[in-house]
Design a protein around this ligand. Structure first.
Ligand code: ADP
Ligand code: ZN
Length: 745
């Protein structure tokens, strides 16, 4: 209703209505709380808001940041009884595409929309324009005394007539800040205010483009064509490690930049792969902006603002970058698309790979998935033609893939108390003699996965979880890998009191390091795992040291598997290839294949002859056979046909519900109640409840229900009904809902 007609109604119906401020609008606002709908707020007179506006609103006694949302308001609401929006932030509103994306993710994952929207907006400071920085302007004139340092400064200021920052000028002239201050005092410069420097310089699409030929050229042309055509298109680049996939998608990025659009690159371990940023810089003349949890809050704010205003053209980020509200996004790249790190398993459970495709579809632009070992889901989409499949079967240039062999551990067992077969040790020795590097891979942190007392058999278990404590000998601690609980490694058994009779069972990377030390006391050995003291900074330094050749033997968890380029690495030994196969996860074979391919792919990336040795007790297992034969096609065919038979994803759908509570009986009762409330729908069945494989985490008992549906089933509707009709969530009970689960623990 326009303003005029409401005025008219005011006069027609007398003062009572006229007193009602008819101009007061009511808008829905998503608040960052686990509630199913937007709350309604009144818009104060004179405040301008529209769908997408980022606002501050009161919720109870608190002020929170929310987003004005789309949709009609409940006519019955009386604006007078509603609380007003407190303020609006000075930043562009979330676009319609972004709002549609948030709604889509919320509906698909059955997560509260406000919690999804929260991932797209930043802390209040990021919403204010960046403060101006103080700068210096050269005014001319001569100082009382001319020193060489002063001359350098003045020459520079005359040569480059640009505003300098105080420290920038000192740095460029190679003088101390006091020299600058002296010149300011004498009136040679005055202070002005400058716009803050950009987070990153703009990348140039044609800065230094490599020659692209053969299969790479075809691949790049195909993808570039889809970008020129415009509109949504999904491509899958499937190429062995080192085949030049990155170079191919750089072409897609260049084309997108030429068209004036922004680009998002998702990478699973961006914080640990600074080499990627450098490579990007060599190609485009500037680094992409980074986005991951190890950035300082200040930097995150800057990047967020740059993305929203369009100043930042390319972001390379971890999965959370998916929710950055780009001004004009034109391409998403998902590198290592099979990586489990794309799945978020807290608050909002989502797979960034899948949601990237959704975001591209809503925004009507292309998305490119990239992997040497694509997920079965993406393979199926590639083979069926839903995705444009681009294959690069050989390594670029003269780099050969490593020569892979299985070591049958039943025939070549390690020495007593050890875990490395003599065959592997011999290969390491030869590698050392050639002054090349070896990598031993074991996906297990710490010293030993289980510690027990030799006298009474006591096992060290976490007091809050149903998991064993893992010994970390470097720190003299035993630790729970579920909840982080730790205690000092005791000298005596707490059960029987016997001293010095604790035995470690099984290996972790620290224990392998001890064995390596025995065999090669003079080698420079390093252990890389995510619990290294010193965090990401230290890890980055160590990765650099490995790349430079300052290390002979690396012993690492999956941390070393991802994306690194170690030129001298010519031997990769897999300590326990069977480790991931035995856990009842439907993706166990696929995961093992991907991980082992990725780890062995670290070797021989620069043309040196390289080897991979894989220790296994199951040399005939299809995964092991696929790895050594290099025949991934046969492996995928078999995986795909088995999934199809069992109607597992992508041929069927899964959802997992974890019901947890402070007592076992509460958790189990609630889970049973949910099961009983499940509607009868053909094509969907509920399995369980069963105690979760990790039955106790942080003092909470866990029961699991697995919902299995046919491909076309409406799982979301089913789950909503089941939870809606199920028992009321009471006391300490919590339900965690995971659509397309990756973890089955
Ligand atoms: P992938 O992403 O498939 O692992 P990369 O793109 O990293 O492969 O390429 C492997 C190596 O080959 C890199 O060192 C890269 O610089 C080089 N390379 C790939 N394509 C080209 C090209 N067209 N010209 C020059 N070097 C290339
Ligand atoms: Zn624990």
């Amino acid at each position: 209703m326009g303003k005029d007609s409401s005025d008219m109604m005011g006069s027609l119906f007398g003062d009572a209505l006229a007193a009602t401020p008819a101009a007061v609008r009511v808008v829905p606002v998503l608040v960052p709380l686990p509630v199913p709908v937007a709350y309604s707020y009144a818009v104060p007179d004179g405040m301008h808001v529209e769908p997408g506006s980022v606002v501050q609103v009161p919720v109870g006694p608190r002020q929170v940041i929310g987003v004005v949302w789309d949709g009609e308001n409940d006519e019955r609401l009386d604006p007078k009884k509603l609380r007003p929006i407190t303020l609006t932030f000075d930043c562009p509103p979330l676009s319609k595409d972004m709002r549609d994306f948030v709604d889509w993710v919320s509906a698909y994952t059955l997560s509260p929309p406000g919690l999804v929207a929260r991932m797209a907006i930043r802390a209040p400071a990021a919403l204010d324009p960046e403060p101006m920085v103080e700068g210096l302007r050269y005014l001319g004139g001569e100082p009382d005394r001319l020193t060489p340092a002063r001359t350098r400064v003045l020459d520079l200021a005359r040569e480059q007539d640009v505003p300098w920052t105080r420290s920038g000028l000192a740095h460029a002239a190679g003088v101390s800040l006091s020299v600058i201050d002296g010149l300011i005092k004498q009136g040679m410069f005055d202070t002005i205010f400058l716009a803050p420097p950009p987070v990153v310089a703009p990348p140039e699409p044609d800065y230094i483009a490599p020659r692209i030929e053969g299969p790479q050229k075809e691949a790049a042309q195909e993808i570039v064509a889809s970008i020129r055509e415009g509109g949504f298109a999904a491509s899958l680049i499937d190429g062995v490690t080192g085949s030049g996939k990155t170079e191919v998608y750089f072409e897609a990025i260049a084309e997108t930049l030429r068209r004036g659009k922004q680009v998002m690159i998702l990478l699973p371990e961006i914080a640990l792969t600074p080499a990627f940023l450098e490579r990007f810089e060599q190609r485009f003349g500037a680094k992409p902006a980074e986005w991951h949890s190890d950035l300082s809050p200040r930097m995150r704010e800057k990047v967020w603002r740059g993305v929203v205003t369009g100043e930042v053209r390319v972001v390379a980020g971890a999965r959370s970058a998916l929710f950055l509200p780009f001004e004009e996004l034109g391409l998403i790249i998902v590198d290592e698309e099979h990586d489990p790190a794309y799945k978020q398993e807290e608050r909002v459970f989502y797979n960034a790979r899948d949601m990237a495709v959704v975001r591209a579809r809503i925004g009507n632009f292309p998305v490119v998935l990239v992997s040497a070992t694509p997920s079965v889901e993406s393979q199926v989409n590639g083979l069926s033609g839903r995705y444009n499949l681009v294959q690069l079967p050989t390594r670029f240039g003269d780099a050969a893939l490593p020569d892979l062999h299985l070591i049958d551990m039943r025939r070549h067992p390690p020495e007593r108390g050890g875990f490395l077969s003599p065959l592997l040790v011999r290969a390491m020795k030869r590698t050392l003699e050639k002054k090349e590097q070896s990598l031993l891979f074991l996906n297990r942190r710490g010293y030993a996965p289980l510690t027990l007392c030799r006298v009474c058999g006591h096992r060290f278990q976490c007091p809050q979880c149903s998991s064993w404590l893992v010994e970390h000998r470097f720190r003299s601690q035993i630790q729970c890998h579920q909840c982080g609980y730790s205690e000092r490694t005791p000298e005596a058994c707490p059960e029987c009191g016997t001293l010095d009779h604790l035995v470690a069972c099984g290996p972790g990377v620290e224990r392998i390091a001890e064995e390596v030390e025995k065999h090669f006391p003079d080698a420079r050995t390093i252990v890389m795992s995510s619990d290294i003291l010193g965090g990401v900074k230290r890890m980055r330094l160590e990765l650099e040291a490995i790349a430079k050749g300052d290390v002979d033997i690396v012993i690492g968890t999956q941390l070393v598997a991802k994306g690194h380029n170690f030129p001298l690495m010519t031997l990769v030994g897999i300590v326990d290839a069977d480790l991931g196969l035995a856990n009842g996860d439907p993706r166990a074979a696929e995961r093992t294949f991907q991980l082992l391919s990725q780890v062995t792919g670290r070797a021989g990336r620069t043309g040196l002859k390289s080897h991979g040795l894989i220790q296994t007790f199951q040399p005939m297992h299809p995964v092991m056979q696929a790895i050594v034969s290099g025949d991934s096609t046969a492996f995928y065919e078999r995986e795909i046909s088995e999934r199809e038979k069992a109607l597992l994803p992508p041929f069927g759908r899964l959802a997992s519900l974890i019901v947890s509570a402070d007592t076992r009986v509460d958790a189990e009762t609630h889970a049973r109640g949910l099961r009983a409330a499940a509607p009868q729908v053909s094509g969907i069945s509920v399995l369980g409840p069963a105690e979760a494989p990790i039955a106790l985490v942080r003092g909470r008992y866990r029961f699991r229900l697995l919902v299995h549906g046919r491909r076309n089933s409406d799982m979301q509707a089913f789950l909503k009904t089941m939870i809606g009709q199920g028992p009321k969530v009471r006391g300490t009970v919590q339900i965690q809902l995971d659509i397309d689960p990756q973890s089955f623990l």
